[in-house]
Design a protein around this ligand. Sequence first.
Ligand SMILES: Nc1nc2c(c(=O)[nH]1)N[C@H]1C(S)=C(S)[C@@H](COP(=O)(O)OP(=O)(O)OC[C@H]3O[C@@H](n4cnc5c(=O)[nH]c(N)nc54)[C@H](O)[C@@H]3O)O[C@H]1N2
Ligand SMILES: Nc1nc2c(c(=O)[nH]1)N[C@H]1C(S)=C(S)[C@@H](COP(=O)(O)OP(=O)(O)OC[C@H]3O[C@@H](n4cnc5c(=O)[nH]c(N)nc54)[C@H](O)[C@@H]3O)O[C@H]1N2
Ligand code: SF4
Ligand SMILES: [Mo]
Length: 736
Amino acid sequence: MKADKVVRSTCPFCGVGCQLLLSVRDERIFRVEAPFDAAPNFGRLCVKGRFGADFVVHPSRLTAPLIRRERQQPGKRTAATGPDDWREATWDEALDVVAERLLDLCARYGPDSITANACAKATNEDNYLLQKFLRQIIGTNNIDHCARLCHAGSVSGLQLAIGSSAMSNSIAEMEHLECFIVIGSNTAETHPVIATFLKQAVHQNGATLIVVDPRQTEMTRHADLWLRHQPGTDTALFNAMAHVIVKEDLYNRAFVAARTEGFSQYVESLEDKTPEWAEAITGVPADDIRRAARSYATAGAAAMYWGMGISQSTHGTDNTLTLTNLALMCGHLGRPGTGLNPLRGQNNVQGCSDAGGLPNVYTAYQPVDDDDVRHKFEETWLAPLPGKPGLTVTEMVDGILTGQVRGWYVMGENPLMSEPNLRHAQHAVEQLEFFVAQDIFFNETNVYADVILPAASFAEKDGTFTNSDRRVQRCRAAVPSPGIARPDWEIISDLARRCVGRLGKSPSAHFTQNADHLIEQWSYAHASDVWEEMRALTPDFYGITYERLEREGGVHWPCPTPEHPGTPYLFAEEFPSGRGKFWPVDYGSDSEQPDEDYPFILSTGRVLYHWHGGTMTRVSALDAIWPECTVEMHPNDAARLGLETGDWVELSSRRGAITARLLVTGRSPEGTIFIPFHFAEAAANVLTDNRVDERAKIPDYKVCGVRIARSTAPAGRAGADTLLTDRGTIKDPVVA
Ligand SMILES: Nc1nc2c(c(=O)[nH]1)N[C@H]1C(S)=C(S)[C@@H](COP(=O)(O)OP(=O)(O)OC[C@H]3O[C@@H](n4cnc5c(=O)[nH]c(N)nc54)[C@H](O)[C@@H]3O)O[C@H]1N2
Ligand SMILES: Nc1nc2c(c(=O)[nH]1)N[C@H]1C(S)=C(S)[C@@H](COP(=O)(O)OP(=O)(O)OC[C@H]3O[C@@H](n4cnc5c(=O)[nH]c(N)nc54)[C@H](O)[C@@H]3O)O[C@H]1N2
Ligand code: SF4
Ligand SMILES: [Mo]
């Protein structure tokens, strides 16, 4: 078919940030390809990028603002049961309701009674404006987003060690790696195009790959060494590797002396962390730990890539610190092919944080409690700003329960699928006085809202996304939005102008004298106007402009001046913290351990074909390939319980129960059950535990106790036999 136009944009799914060519005919996208000459993917796409964008035209897209017919009362809020519970409204009417109710809560309970979730699927511009709205108009720092449920453990560890949490290497460096460790990352399913470059490093360039994962992921098939440890035992494993490196004198003395601090104390802490000690905890043979330590330490350049297996833990910060310790002692930082790389998940999770969608910082991590920084923002935003950091997403849920939080603004997230211990989170949502959601679809969360604002999807708006390696790239409108849906930045601007209009009349408002200027400031004509304001306030982005992105395709921040080339890899000269700091870490666990009543470990995660709560992928062509939840169990466990592939089973934890079908496979280790969290009818987070890592506030999605029992098919669920072969990417599961 001949296209009316071909629009270059960025994939809306994962943090690789693949460049897309959207072929449009009669205002519909009919083909998705990738440009061969453009970073980061150079013509490659995974199945989601190529075939998953059809969610954009699904008939269930939100097309008009919706207002709940019945006024919801705190403590008695319920989910809407169908379309009749809503009435369609004009933008004027819906935004007036939102402005009135938010300002009313503000007046009655203070600005900190309102809290918001930013959106790692939306653009930098969308998120910049949401945090500006919260801080400037409402007067609170209560804004956070799914990064808290994601790389918070990596961020807090990296901040403690080197003062920066961004990925150190660019994707372009990957195929030239010499040695690398992939830890708790199912890269081939979750960052598929990055996985192709990593495999190329191994098979075309002879790189050494070490995989550290309890589950047999596809990456294990390409590995020289696979350390299959017990879930939750990473700190023991990595401490033992460090022990070997010290004992065998394989560490980099010059680097340790020139660029680090705290080494001798750290070395003392390693004395008893022998490989044999770690073998007893992790189940990994001591000699394999030695081999891994030697490979990593003696390589000329070596890098680490990790995912949720490290971060999503009650000791996610400690896990990360054991990785930073290793990189610092071997000097594998600051040169090409070396580094610390938390692979960022959502298409714009890097950007959502960079744009200030966090409770403690403005754009590019400028702290809200730094007086000079705050004054700079106050001068531009023409309002006094709060200096106390706000609530994290996990604290918001608890804040609602204690009555501190009364109103919630959720832009493009689905907490009632993605938060741990859903019953707890749902109970919190029921207590809200006012709840407004802004999304492209109904989801399990926004059916509780008073007002739903329909947003334009990635294919219908202009803006920028920042991918996992800090590359800022364009997202471009290719097709019109359905109905009267509008881009997020436009919705927030309109709402902000209304709030100023109302508040501006009140003598007590914090920005009364500037009301007219604020209305003018909030009258952005295009996403690029928003970017201009943001870059002027952010030295790290100052050199990046829309014109430049048009010319160059993408620029890696930090990029302080228009002449600056951008920064593909970090820490060449020094760390943001000055010296890199060693942190002694002990092995221990605060996670819920299996016991007599709940004898299995539950591990949750992802499959290639689906996205998180499934809002986008379960209405796409991809759903036909993977239509339901599978419960992976090791053959020895299944034999003991007399269960077989295809059996319906009930999985239960101390928090709830779900029913799904069993897939007996050696992919999961004995004693551990794995399920994906994409399926609302068998929602993994009914089971998971909401206790958190104290420093990072991240929950443990990878370890809690469950039991399993034979069950029967729930009404209306026939089961899809196509899934019940051991398919997916592993053809030869290892049965240990
Ligand atoms: N198809 C698809 N791709 C996605 C997403 C999606 O929903 N679907 N989501 C995106 C997002 S937001 C993110 S954050 C990334 C996440 O990407 P990943 O981190 O790759 O995804 P997960 O499946 O959560 O888990 C990763 C691995 O951790 C391992 N693991 C479990 N427990 C432990 C442990 O104790 N230690 C170690 N070392 N490993 C352990 C699991 O076995 C699994 O292989 O994916 C992104 N990409
Ligand atoms: N059990 C378990 N739970 C987990 C995890 C796990 O491994 N296991 N992983 C955690 C991780 S790493 C993450 S990142 C979170 C993700 O958690 P969430 O961010 O809550 O999940 P998503 O399903 O990606 O939600 C995105 C929402 O944004 C909407 N959307 C898409 N594009 C736009 C847009 O342009 N504008 C607006 N306004 N909305 C849009 C979608 O329709 C969808 O409703 O889940 C966490 N939860
Ligand atoms: S690898 Fe990620 S960014 Fe690339 S096409 Fe797949 S989902 Fe999209
Ligand atoms: Mo994530």
